[in-house]
Design a protein around this ligand. Structure first.
Ligand SMILES: *[C@@H]1O[C@H](CO)[C@@H](O)[C@H](O)[C@H]1NC(C)=O
Ligand SMILES: *[C@@H]1O[C@H](CO)[C@@H](O)[C@H](O)[C@H]1NC(C)=O
Length: 381
């Protein structure tokens, strides 16, 4: 009697195990069928399941009652670049290969608009009459990202866009997605650092020679004063091969000092003009926001600020003295015992790649509802 009882218990147990493994197998099949890159079900489903022909195994999908939690964990949100910023096209796989960012399905295919979770809108590309923005209603789950890397001085005010966006992406630290143009310091010693050979004292790269004499921006005014007291090697961006790609770092590393002068002065507006020299192994002389703002991004002993001196002649005298004082000069590289400066991408097509990949990362990890109430009030302060 007792043994029969044990058998029936065993049978029940085995049946349970079989059923369970069946369920698990079904689950796995379903799970696989859903990682198709074609469709990334949104927070709300409406955006994705509209065209069932995109699924290879819709029958499996329909039979499984308990799927939503699984879909949300495994599928990536779609991020649509409405414009290619500056028409600089890069390979859509670059986020993964260059930055190990793979948390969204990045696309430039506008037909995916109805189911895009994020729509990245590059400010400079918007027409004044807004006629090149999406016109159809947006899905409940869709968030529009305002993408602008320029400072307020160089940003057009376009009427009618203030109420459109859910997220901001700019150089400002208080953006939803903060993109630094440059400065990417890593917190570990730069053990490989050797001071590059120097055969120039002070260098600067500008767009063209006309600007040097005609433009009235603060950086040109300062340059015209400085050059009366110290020699500056000026390179012109447009012409020179020596400034392309990795040559850019080689060229500026041959200078003891480099003029990291921003085109306009705004808090947090510190660009690759600062990062480049840091990464190359020269000493940036900065003109931009106050010193303490730079120190939010890089060690205070890694650069010289024009405001550290009462005028250009005093700065020039200081640099000429430092040129003869190797020990004093080398102190500007002590920070490399603690940090490594990473080179930014210098290829033209990559001007906006890092920023776009950061947006992709953001879409993958943040899902909160948000609206930007008054874009301009915030941005133009
Ligand atoms: C669904 O997709 C197929 C092919 O991918 C296309 O021919 C069809 O027009 C689509 N239907 C809808 C409603 O979008
Ligand atoms: C995005 O912003 C728009 C316009 O302000 C708003 O209507 C919409 O509800 C927001 N959506 C999300 C998902 O935050």
């Amino acid at each position: 009697m007792a043994s029969t009882h044990i058998f029936s218990v065993l049978r029940a147990l085995l049946t349970a195990i079989f059923t369970l493994s069946g369920v698990i197998a079904l689950f796995l099949v379903y799970h696989k069928s859903f990682s198709s890159p074609e469709c990334h079900p949104p927070l709300a489903h409406a955006g994705c399941l509209t065209n069932q022909t995109n699924f290879q195994s819709t029958s499996v999908v329909r039979k499984q009652p308990d799927r939503p939690a699984v879909i949300q964990q495994t599928d990536k949100p779609v991020m649509l670049m409405w414009f290619w910023p500056g028409n600089k096209r890069f390979d859509l796989k670059d986020c993964k290969t260059l930055f190990q960012i793979d948390s969204c399905h990045l696309t430039d295919d506008r037909s995916l608009y109805p189911r895009a979770h994020g729509v990245l809108v590059f400010h400079r590309a918007i027409r004044d009459d807004l006629s090149n923005l999406p016109t159809t209603a947006r899905a409940r789950f869709q968030r529009w990202i305002w993408f602008n890397m320029d400072s307020p001085t160089n940003t057009r005010r376009i009427a009618g866009i203030q109420g459109l966006f859910n997220l901001t992406m700019s150089y400002r630290k208080d953006s939803d997605i903060h993109v630094r143009w440059g400065v990417t310091l890593k917190k570990n010693a730069d053990e490989d650092f050797v001071l590059p050979n120097k055969d120039r004292l002070l260098c600067w790269i500008v767009n063209n020679s006309n600007d040097l004499h005609t433009k009235s921006e603060e950086r040109y005014n300062y340059y015209r004063e400085l050059v009366k007291y110290i020699k500056v090697d000026v390179f012109y961006n447009s012409s020179a091969e020596i400034l392309k790609g990795q040559n850019y770092f080689l060229t500026i590393s041959s200078c003891k000092f480099y003029l990291s002068f921003e085109n306009s002065i705004h808090s947090d507006y510190i660009t690759e003009m600062f990062n480049g020299p840091l990464a190359a192994g020269t000493v940036p002389i900065v003109l931009g926001p106050p010193r303490r703002n730079y120190e939010d991004f890089a060690p205070g002993s890694s650069f010289i600020h024009v405001n550290d001196f009462p005028d250009a002649v005093t700065l020039a005298e200081f640099l000429l003295r430092l040129d003869k004082d190797d020990e004093g000069y080398m102190r500007y590289f002590n920070w490399r015992q603690f940090y490594t400066a990473r080179r930014h991408l210098t290829e033209e097509r990559h001007e906006f790649t890092h920023a776009i990949c950061l947006a992709c990362h953001h879409m993958g990890v943040n899902k909160e509802y948000r609206v930007v109430p008054d874009l301009y009030k915030w941005f133009f302060l």
